[in-house]
Design a protein around this ligand. Structure first.
Ligand code: F6R
Length: 603
């Protein structure tokens, strides 16, 4: 996720900003930049690559200036390049902006600004902000211009702006993406998280959603969404730096699990508009959708499990046959690929060797290719004919969580778009899809029970996960999460398949996680649950809220999905947390499990 840092009132802003950027490196990024504001106007340095590169050429920037803003960018709109790195400026280089999140309506705004003669130099959504500020007179009155600009922007974002003509002044705007102000003695700081300024001050004010702040060396003024001047409480941060990097959480994995509501809303923001999926915002041309007669998904590990969910959704909603292959198998099995097949590669990193080889094979056969990835500018993104980004932000823990659920969301959007193209539109589901981030937030806020349940798993050596249909795909992901971080041997089975052999392993006390989010299959799963319970299994049910009662003491989590087809991403949350807490209670090295790498770039 991008990182923001700003300072105003410093004796020398440059080293403070460089240190702030270094502190934000843990978030993952692909480029970085700094803008300093002083009596001579703005000075700027930015580049693709590491903060150390910026530091190495700091001589290019003036020293002893009081004010500046800086940024680490994780590419979303536009590849990781020097031009796309932040800060971005207006036409005259008088206003500089750093920005996190997404400006959803940037295409319209860019068109409008270009028609008025503004010159754009990047592919980013961010660049509309300095140009709007310019139009509204931001060079001399940044605050008024920021108010007018903010009224034009749609999306979830945060930004800082400085003007070369107001060198002791930073304007900060928070719309969903976090921003925190650090109160120092002679200088004040603004950042996307505490880590960036913990070396300078521990007094912090968290901006609330919709807030705008004007920060000078001695004053911090904050207005709420309604424009009223407000007092936000000041807190003292007592975290150490390592804790702060993980947002105060003991592991990145937990942080990333809890970030899912935000990741989901970034993922869906431009894609769901009213009752229609915006396929162009998924990198696809609407006209192409009706022509695909088959879909072949290729992926590895967790991404493969997302592909299985995608298959169930696309086949149910659009009635297009879908095959899903593990990429390392696909590339060597000389697959039969019929014309009019779309080959879809799913990959968080976009660098998985087997997935790339599968994509290359599809291209050799002359088929249309599409990639779903979290990593802008990755090889899969460059090689595929079209690409849809999950916008989950960087995933640092090896075990994939938010990338997986955003893959599911994008596959759901794809299934709905394909259904629409085949005159099977489900406008009801499109509208409900947008409600998932809020439902995830509610569910996570009341998820303490999962930790308690995990206490009963810490001494286990084997576990089973069962489900039918789409829930079997979830069971596969649930078992993978459990084994990769807790090292408990776990297996997933289609619930009806257990009695064909594996039931022999179900003995007194063996844990069985039963996933049952689909009312039409509920009675069947419940019979399978009765079979394992009769052999002494301890059942942990992840089930549809409507049937909560029937699970009694076996209930681990209830899934209040607005429709059964929208249950998978929500049902993944308890499975992720169960694995996390089990591994945590067992004292495992959760973020870096043994023998595993985050990006598997070899066969
Ligand atoms: C498991 C996990 C892996 C990856 C797999 C593919 O938690 O993260 O199974 O899903 O290595 O990686 P990507 O999605 O980067 O292609």
């Amino acid at each position: 996720m991008c990182g923001i840092v700003g300072v105003v009132g410093a004796e020398d802003a440059l080293p403070i900003l460089l240190q702030g950027l270094q502190r934000l490196e843990y978030r993952g990024y692909d480029s970085a930049g700094i803008a300093l504001s002083g009596p001579e106007g703005l000075a700027l340095s930015k580049a693709k690559g590491k903060v150390s590169m910026l530091a190495a050429r700091q001589d290019l920037l003036p020293r002893a200036l009081p004010c500046g803003i800086a940024h680490t960018r994780w590419a979303t709109h536009g590849a990781p390049t020097d031009e796309n790195a932040h800060p971005h400026t207006d036409c005259h280089g008088q206003i500089a902006v750093v920005h996190n999140g997404i400006v959803e309506n940037y295409r319209e705004l860019k068109g409008e600004l270009m028609a008025r003669g503004h010159r754009f130099v990047s592919d980013t959504d961010t660049e509309v902000i300095p140009h709007l500020l310019e139009d509204y007179g931001g060079a001399t009155d940044l605050l008024t211009a920021a108010r007018n600009t903010e009224a034009r922007l749609q999306g979830a974002y945060a930004f800082l702006a400085v003007s070369g003509q107001q060198p002791d002044y930073v304007v900060a705007v928070r719309r969903a993406s976090p921003l925190i102000i650090g109160r120092g003695d002679a200088a004040n700081y603004i950042a996307s998280d505490f880590t960036a300024f913990l070396d300078a001050t521990r007094r912090a004010i968290v901006l609330e959603n919709g807030d705008m702040a004007a920060v000078t060396p001695k004053t911090i003024r904050i207005w709420n969404e309604q424009g009223a001047l407000v007092d936000r409480p000041e807190m003292t941060v007592d975290w150490d730096i390592r804790q702060a990097e993980r947002g105060g959480y003991p592991h990145f994995m937990l942080k990333e699990i809890l970030e899912q509501p935000e990741a989901w809303s970034d993922c869906l923001l431009e894609r769901v508009q009213g009752e229609r999926i915006q396929v162009e915002a998924m990198g696809l041309a609407r006209a192409a959708l009706a022509g695909w007669e088959r879909i072949q998904i290729v992926a590895a590990g967790t991404a493969y499990h997302a592909g299985l969910v995608g298959k169930a959704l696309i086949e149910t909603l659009a009635r297009i046959p879908v095959d899903v292959d593990v990429a390392s198998e696909f590339r060597y099995r000389d697959p039969i690929l019929l014309p009019n097949t779309l080959v879809l590669a799913v990959s968080q990193s976009g660098e998985t060797a087997d997935t790339l080889a599968s994509l290359a094979l599809a291209k050799q056969r002359g088929l249309a290719t599409y990639a779903i990835t979290n990593t802008v500018g990755s090889t899969v993104a460059r090689e595929a004919g079209a690409v849809g980004y999950t916008y989950a932000g960087p995933e640092i823990a090896v075990a994939s969580t938010k990338a997986y659920t955003t893959q599911i969301l994008l596959l759901t959007a794809l299934a709905l778009a394909l259904a629409d193209a085949r005159h099977r539109a489900r406008t009801d589901l499109v509208a409900k899809l947008a409600s998932l981030p809020a439902l995830a937030e509610q569910w996570l806020a009341a998820s303490e029970g999962i930790r308690l349940a995990a206490q009963s798993l810490t001494d286990q050596e084997q576990m089973f996960y069962i489900g039918r249909g789409i829930d079997y795909a979830l069971a596969m992901e649930g078992q993978l999460k459990m084994k990769e971080i807790s090292y408990i041997h776990a297996e997933a089975y289609p619930a009806g398949e257990l009695k064909h052999g594996t039931l022999a392993l179900i003995t007194e006390g063996v844990p069985v996680v039963a996933i049952a989010t689909q009312p039409r299959l509920m009675a069947k799963v419940q019979s399978n649950v009765a079979e394992v319970k009769a052999r002494g299994a301890r059942v942990y049910a992840v089930g549809a809220a409507a049937l909560q009662e029937s699970w009694g003491d076996d209930s681990l989590a209830t899934i209040a999905a607005p429709d059964p087809l929208l249950a998978p991403a929500l049902a993944a949350l308890p499975l992720q947390l169960l694995a996390y807490w089990t591994a945590s209670l067992r004292g495992e090295d959760i973020d870096k499990p043994r023998n595993l790498a985050k990006s598997v770039t070899v066969e």
